[in-house]
Design a protein around this ligand. Sequence first.
Ligand SMILES: [Ca+2]
Length: 360
Amino acid sequence: MRIPMFLVLVPLMLLAGCSTQSTRPAPDYTHLARPSAARVGGDFAGAPGVDGFIERMRRHGFEPERTAAILSKARRQQSIIDLMDRQAPSKSTGPNGAWTRYRAKFLSDESIGNGVAFWRRNASALDRAAARYGVPPEYMVAIIGVETRYGGFVGKTRIIDALSTLAFAYPRRAEYFTGELENFLIMTRDEGVDPQSPRGSFAGAMGLGQFMPSSFRDHAVDLNGDGHRDLWNPADAIGSVANYFKQHGWQTGEPVAVRAQVGPGSNARLMKTGFNTSYGLGELSSRGITPARPIGRAGSVSLLELDAKGGYEYWLGLKNFYVITRYNHSTYYAMAVHQLAQAIRSRMGGADGARLSAAP
Ligand SMILES: [Ca+2]
């Protein structure tokens, strides 16, 4: 998430360009503007959607002049558009060990050790969030580990630039990001933050848990009790992740995913797989697929297929696995979070085992 060098260079090039521009005065279009429309200057002057957005913010109590002043200082960044275009999902053409490579990015020895250190630094907040929301600490730690390396990489793009660029210069996702920009401005007003200052990912995600503004509005909490919901504060970020899970249906004390045993002659390879699938245990059993350990009262489960080096792995995803995919709609993402959580808890088990047993 470091700022590429060309981003630093662009403003210098624009500056250099200015010195060679003609001194002819710019044409005056003021007579064309609607009398009530506030004027937006800068990169988004006249951009499609800007006038409508100003009207939309008026409904939240933002005077048009205020919204226009904020947008006038936002910058259109081509690099954000280029990065979004590169996000297009690529169809897997396995078997090629994609899961093994993905897993290695998050479950290195170093990452597990850093997770343990993060847990120790934030033990009281994790305990409080676990007690309040019923989500085990290791899942909050693992989400923050996967999202931002435990807060080490929270992103350096100005959120106002990211969301304005995607709302007004990226038509494919304009509707979604216009809503996120709307929620972002409300967030900064409610929290007393200058809209020009928060930084995060090129897609507008913020803080240790990389919350989008709409998730901030719906799910963020003030766990440390200072009167602010602050996504960059570890305690608030931990509480917010836990609350996000609870509100999406986390089932306290229930398992997340269980390895499946696939009998000889099973046709698992031909079955529909992924976090969105739903099978009864009896149906799976009749196809030669059984849980490697008992999973209690699970009504239906998803069948998960991981393209592991050396052969496909099959797992059964329970309700809590699905809840993790509400954070990121990806089987591999949720499985990495689950396995990282288990690895961190297991390593914590030695010295802190007794204290941990109090967690749900
Ligand atoms: Ca707070």
